[in-house]
Write a protein that binds this ligand. Sequence first.
Ligand code: SAM
Length: 270
Amino acid sequence: MNQKDFINNYNFKFKKKFGQNFLLDDNVLNNIVNSANIDKKTLVIEIGCGAGALTRKILEHTDMVVGYEIDETLTPILSTIEKAKILFKDFLKANVKEDINEYNYDKLYVVANLPYYITTPIINKIITDNLEVDKIVVMVQKEVGDRFLAKPNTKEYNSLSIFINYYYDVKKMFLVSKNVFMPKPNVDSIVISLSKKDKKINILDENLFFKLIKDSFVQKRKTLKNNLKNYNFDLINQVLKEHNYSDDVRAEALPIEIFAEISNKLSQNT
Ligand code: SAM
């Protein structure tokens, strides 16, 4: 039976508020899982199991799958999956460390077709919960994927691009057409892969670094100087000058290495 008939059999009512656009295409599902390179010793966290199409594919590669699904009306459908540990809870409120602590794994991956309305909070949680996730292979809205991939001096480049690039090497895998979902979404999708960096850039004070990045982009059209009125701009300017940037530069022109240098200079002088 195909995925569409399978879902229709259960009389399931799709809920827009949960970002429910289920994947129907077997090739796309296989491509997502193959992009992740899962083996028997990998524990996979799936966020938003839906009707379990991706969950089943992941289970072809490992027995260790912990899935999260907020919508309990999916219980009859998801209870047909035996091997995975499916938890009916809001991923954003979950104690993930506790949920996965019974497993003995070599690598921890997140593989998911994300609910798009909470993409950024999900990525933030994965990072700030210190889960030590080795790889994240996720389908996201194309515009959001573009921000993850963005380079300086492009309109997509912002604080999120830098935050993500601090932890992960980001790679575009493939685009996905609207037509392979039920119901069909209004936006295009992209699958991206985030691999944990072997060596992170050296930051002396991460809290300061993250605050600096956030503040630098508060108003994207403004200069760095204008956005950073509460900072010691003389120190910042020293770094800018060393790298031949003028003092009216905008944050969008600066790569992560410059923010790192500025942050380290500020933290050494406070
Ligand atoms: N994995 C399925 C697929 O590919 O067909 C479904 C993907 S659908 C885009 C996103 C799923 O995330 C939905 O089933 C939705 O109910 C679930 N979801 C939404 N918010 C959630 C949350 N906060 N925690 C866990 N699951 C959530």
